[in-house]
Design a protein around this ligand. Structure first.
Ligand code: NAP
Length: 244
């Protein structure tokens, strides 16, 4: 895909991969719009990175998703790229009755939101040059970590949806990408860490972005980066290794 002169919506742009993509795309002369739930973070970002446009949106809420797209196509009608990035990662013990509200919030954020946003945006993207939908899945889509079963299942489903979406859009010029990160050093799961500044030891986010940008500019529609490539290649073969 072309990497300049796009108008790009990135969901979950207040930290980690989404914010790093926002900075990278901004530096390449794109119009970048990010959303997230934390208004204070969005305000800080508009000060620290002038030009990045922000919008408060909880993508787990269907009405807010619809309002986001309505606002977007009204105010930024040139929007031609959607990055479905927002995600949460929860631990779930399936040996005990589970909290369904928590399970549903993870599925709504990680899976229903990208499905809904892609479908809301597709009619608008059809006649846009350089149109693309970029879904952020995970290496865990291919081999799950058993202590976060719902998270991994949502990412496996994002992989599946990306295949179907690409097929459904094959007669349009909308390109559908899936980028599967390995463990990347972001805030993901940092609610589980006592020291919020503590690294979880993943790949530096800039290294991840470099790999993702390389795939996007070379039209590699499905890319697994770093260790995620290993998980994709070996799939369930890695399950015992990872979980023991
Ligand atoms: N880091 C990794 O190791 C890793 C590995 C594989 C895949 N991924 C995927 O990469 C994506 C980005 O994660 P990250 O690692 O960058 O984690 P992160 O630093 O925690 O960022 C997550 C982003 O998602 C946003 N978000 C979460 N729930 C949201 C909601 N309901 N509505 C709107 N925004 C929401 C957060 O913003 P607010 O809190 O402000 O709403 C934040 O901007 C996720 O899909 C994640 O699953 C990450």
């Amino acid at each position: 895909m072309q990497l300049t002169h796009n108008t790009i919506l990135i969901t979950g742009g207040t930290s980690g991969i989404g914010l790093a993509f926002a900075k990278e795309f901004k530096s390449r002369e794109n119009t970048v719009i990010i959303c997230g739930r934390r208004e204070d973070r969005l305000n800080e970002i508009t000060v620290q990175h002038p030009g990045i446009i922000t919008r408060v949106c909880d993508v787990a809420d269907a009405q807010q998703r619809e309002e986001l797209v309505q606002w977007l196509v009204t105010n930024y009608p040139d929007v031609n790229v959607l990055v479905n990035n927002a995600g949460i990662q929860l631990l779930t013990d399936l040996t005990q009755p589970c909290d369904l509200e928590r399970v549903r919030s993870e599925i709504e954020t990680n899976l229903v939101a990208p499905i809904h946003l892609a479908s809301l945006m597709a009619p608008h993207l059809r006649d846009k040059n350089g149109a693309a939908i970029i879904n952020i899945s995970s290496g865990l889509a291919f081999a799950p970590l058993a202590f976060m079963p719902v998270y991994c299942a949502t990412k496996a489903a994002v992989h599946s949806i990306s295949l179907s979406l690409r097929h459904q859009l094959k007669d349009t010029h909308i390109k559908v990408f899936e980028i599967a990160p390995p463990a990347v050093d972001t805030e993901l799961g940092h609610d589980r860490r006592e020291d919020k500044n503590e690294s979880h030891g993943g790949m530096p986010v800039d290294e991840f972005i470099a790999g993702a940008i390389d795939a996007l500019q070379n039209d590699i529609y499905e890319v697994a980066i770093g260790q995620a490539e290993h998980l994709r290649a070996k799939r369930e073969g890695m399950f015992e290794v990872m979980n023991n």
